[in-house]
Write a protein that binds this ligand. Sequence first.
Ligand code: GLA
Length: 390
Amino acid sequence: MITNRITNAFATQFDTSDPLVVRSPGRVNIIGEHTDYNEGFVLPAAIDKAIYVAVTKRDDEKLHLHSVDFNQNYVVALTDIQPTDSWATYILGVADQLIKRGHSIGGFNLALDGDVPIGAGLSSSAAVECATVFALNELFALSIDKMEMVRIAQKAEHTFAGVMCGIMDQFASMFGKKDYVIKLDCRSLEYEYVPLKLQGYKVVLLNTNVKHSLSSSEYNTRRQECEQGVAWVKEHHPDVKSLRDVTLEMLNQHVATKDQIVYRRCKYVVKENERLLKGCEELQQGNIKALGERMFQTHEGLSKDYEVSCKELDILVEAVKDNADVLGARMMGGGFGGCTINLVKEEAIEALIEKLAKVYKEATGLELTAYVAQIENGTETVTQKEYSHV
Ligand code: GLA
């Protein structure tokens, strides 16, 4: 359906047909939050909500961009690309990276559409970046491999959106595989696909429908706090390169004495890496009850020690804590709004959503939106035509 909508919008806007259409999904993360930029582990998966881009080459050196959702256009010369505060910035950031890395691209038309809710912590921006880099790679026959495309997409987020994100979102969007989660080592970038077998439980996302404005500045601050902790440990252990190499004992000795906030941030990350490794084993052994309990612990850490949660997220996690149909729940992604991720017994989903919507509305005055996430493939071409050498 979105494929039809985007190709129709493309034809109307650009008066040319047969664009190359690429789909790139949003993501969930089962456990392992704020660990990626600390060279730890994450356990994400691509979902059935995705961003689509439709592209064709132009004869001039211009970018003509159109957002179906916003019904807006953005036009710029290739030589004049700058960050903007609109949806276009993620596309421009990718084009800028390609040019800076010496890839030869020309002008292009691009239409953008999709159904990943914006600001919900499902990585719509990473999905736009991955869709764009994948489409341009194909359109201009650049022969960039997937891992390099992930790095380009991540760098676009750093330079044009100003968020110093880790690699998880772009990686999950690009490398997702239907019905599998990806255990990614963010230091070596080695990864393993682990089947997501939930035995009658489903991944349910509960969207708070808030995104507090702190999210990107606080995100960057957390990164610096972690770096500060590493620097203090390093004075005594020169081999330490990141929180991946740090133990609780080291933190107690060298960080707790210096700054309690930095200590709590680092402690959360060190414990979260441990939780992920154990949680992943539990998933592989089919012990999803234990994995669920760890998700609750992760939330506790994110809320109390890492302090990236918010009232709305805490309310939603608290509301399911003693519910026998919910094995685990926690805030997901960067924080300060967006979704909680919940493992919920299939038969209980409908009633639970109904009940929570009421609780949430009473407590916050806000609407709750719920999605049952299916795990899907990563970035891929939707249309069959061979575009590379057109
Ligand atoms: C955001 C970032 C990711 C990751 C998560 C937190 O989604 O883009 O790189 O750091 O927050 O785990």
